[in-house]
Write a protein that binds this ligand. Structure first.
Ligand code: HEM
Length: 231
């Protein structure tokens, strides 16, 4: 079970980090066509119905235009988010933590900054200029706020010397970041098995992807919580 968990997390980190890197490349090289070509090919594998490929591609063009209009904010979001997903993994290694305590502290400060910058930029896209209406606003608002809150709560806890509380909130924050990869998997499945547009799917895949990942993290937190000593 532990091995399955490690494989699942590695897969989610890879999906998130690659999506952050690809988006960063696209913005820095002003090459949205590169991404549209890849996505069109992927869509072709979801369905043989070309009407859907045309519909999804049309929606993607609108999404791309939104991102291009606010490319600096998207750059902060994707680059900082991708870096957070990759580097925060190191923070969970107890061997590294014990051997290089100073590194854990400094990297922790950098990661808290990256997470808050990425989270606030994500809130801008999902809450201020949403593409898909209420489902996107509510899911992004909830999980984005939780992401920022969890980081702040974890930092406050460690400054007060409460290591267990710090650990739990960092796991929750990391789960929200990993959730963006679950969203992509859930989204691909929904696109394959339902006749819905991206606009109709976004709210469902955001709630499901983030919800499932956070539920798994919460179960892990509770299973591994140190027993409180009896009074
Ligand atoms: C920390 C890891 C994260 C990474 C690596 C990441 C990556 C990305 C990328 C690359 C995109 C552009 C879409 C694409 O290229 O496929 C994106 C869009 C978006 N992200 Fe994130 N993200 C992360 C976390 C979050 C969080 C915590 C939120 C919650 C506020 C969020 C909300 C959004 C929203 C709302 C969009 C735009 C969706 C739309 O309206 O089209 N992301 N993200």
């Amino acid at each position: 079970m532990r091995r399955a968990g490690v494989v699942a997390i590695a897969l989610l980190v890879a999906i998130g980090a690659v999506s952050g890197a690809v988006r960063t490349y696209v913005i820095l090289n002003h090459d949205a066509q590169f991404l549209l070509r890849i996505q069109k090919t992927i869509y072709g594998s979801f369905t043989r119905d070309t009407t859907f490929v045309v519909l999804w591609t049309r929606e993607l063009v609108v999404i791309e235009e939104r991102f291009a209009k606010h490319d600096r904010i998207m750059l902060v979001h994707a680059a900082a988010g991708g870096a957070f997903l990759l580097l925060a993994l190191l923070q969970f290694s107890s061997r590294l933590r014990l051997r290089y305590r100073e590194l854990h502290r400094w990297l922790g400060r950098v990661l808290a900054f990256l997470a808050i910058a990425s989270g606030l930029a994500g809130l801008f896209f999902g809450v201020v200029i949403p593409f898909a209406g209420a489902g996107e606003v509510t899911s992004t608002g909830f999980f984005g706020a939780l992401f920022v809150f969890a980081i702040v709560r974890a930092v406050i806890a460690i400054r007060a010397g409460r290591i267990e509380v710090h650990r739990e909130w960092m796991i929750r924050a990391y789960a929200v970041a990993l959730g963006i990869s679950t969203i992509r998997i859930v989204g691909s499945l929904l696109q394959t098995f339902t006749p819905l547009s991206i606009r109709e799917l976004i709210g469902v895949m955001f709630w499901l992807g983030w919800g499932l990942t956070l539920a798994a993290a919460e179960a892990w937190v509770r299973m591994t919580r140190a027993p409180t000593p009896r009074a």
